[in-house]
Write a protein that binds this ligand. Structure first.
Ligand code: KG4
Ligand code: ZN
Length: 334
């Protein structure tokens, strides 16, 4: 039988990424061109800058992914691409590149949801066992998603304001750290004590939703009040306290959701899944329980195309196809 070879393209935010995946789980190449350096001086992702970089990089990154995998376009089975959500201009570069590539080589086109991609990154680590729960924490999303089987997604909890990564990045900016701030706060938090009292947004007793904007404001107020009183707060302690507050709520609500939905597996996904504190506390909470906790390696947590290929493979098998009218959809629902 012929191998299934999926080429996947991801350009929803600030990474131009292309990967090639064999038979659903064997990664042949995973190229990520990051634009972080270009966005740093603006303190965040500038959509116009992102689009321009994607245009410059996309053909080079596709070539590189094919070369590393030692694959000819004629060997491929299908082209998968992130359809949304994300920055519209950024998405369009990937979608158009995928359409052109698919058309030129006579390949089927498979549209993929970015969050489905983050979840399916776990399929490259371990077989998925249903029903399962996934905690997706990234710069744009904080969601608990329940899956009964492949391809069905039920959002059972989500943020009502900032995403977890967004809160990290905003707090980092208050502490004068470069963008993206998540990794810096994470590192600093390891060196400090969580001895500053900060709020935890549990919301209504039964709610699986999240809220981080109050916490973000509390951190900013703490910094300003201390400055006014001429007090010194150790940034390490502030980082540790902020992280403890975020992680407490994420871990506890994930555990509750696992119980409530009686799942077999719990998957972690998204850029904030790279957070050491979160990984550690989740492991502690789920250790010795009946739930199989899967935490992907760091390079599969932040945006990449391997995850789009993994989700794309399942979607391809299910018969999902896009045609030449495929468009980037910034607010695409899961
Ligand atoms: O999934 P991702 O690469 O892009 C989006 O789809 O948003 O996530 C990026 C986010 C940023 O907000 C970044 O600060 C955060 O993930 N992040 C972290 C860590 N590494 C990345 N947040 C906390 N701790 C980390 N170690
Ligand atoms: Zn993402």
């Amino acid at each position: 039988i012929k191998d299934e070879l999926i080429l996947a393209i991801e350009t929803s935010c600030d990474e131009t990424a292309v990967a090639i995946l064999k038979n659903g789980t064997e990664l042949l190449s995973n190229v990520v061109a990051s634009q972080i350096e270009s966005h740093k001086r603006f303190g965040g992702v500038v959509p116009e800058v992102a689009s321009r970089h994607h245009v410059e990089q996309i053909t080079i990154v596709i070539e590189e992914a094919l070369n590393q995998a030692e694959i000819e376009p004629s060997d491929l089975t299908a082209v998968a691409v992130t359809e949304g959500p994300g920055l519209v201009g950024a998405l369009l570069i990937g979608v158009n590149a995928a359409k052109a590539f698919a058309f030129a080589h006579g390949l089927p086109l498979v549209p993929v949801h970015h969050i489905a991609g983050h979840i399916y990154a776990n399929r490259l680590v371990k077989e998925m066992t249903f029903p399962l729960l996934s905690l997706i924490v990234s710069g744009g999303h904080t969601e608990l998603v329940f899956m009964e089987k492949h391809g069905t997604f039920k959002v059972i909890g989500e943020t009502r304001d900032d995403a977890a990564g967004e809160a990290y990045d905003k707090v980092a900016r208050t502490l004068n750290m470069p963008y993206p701030g998540g990794p810096h706060i994470d590192k600093l938090a390891q060196e400090g004590e969580p001895n500053i009292d900060l709020p935890r947004a549990w919301l209504e007793p039964e709610s699986l939703d999240f809220s981080f904007s109050g916490l973000k404001s509390a951190v900013i107020n703490t910094v300003h009040n201390a400055a006014q009183r001429g007090e010194v707060i150790k940034p390490e302690d502030l980082a540790a306290s902020f992280q403890a507050s975020v992680v407490d709520v994420l871990v506890e609500k994930t555990y509750r959701a696992a119980e409530q939905y009686n799942v077999k597996q719990v998957l972690l996904a998204g850029g904030v899944a790279a957070n050491k504190g979160l990984r550690h506390e989740l492991e502690k909470r789920f250790e010795g329980t009946q739930y199989d906790l899967v935490i992907p390696p760091l390079h599969l947590c932040t945006d990449n195309a391997a995850m789009i290929a993994a989700a794309g493979s399942v979607a391809y098998q299910k018969g999902t196809r896009g045609d030449m009218s495929l468009n980037g959809v910034p607010g695409l629902d899961l």
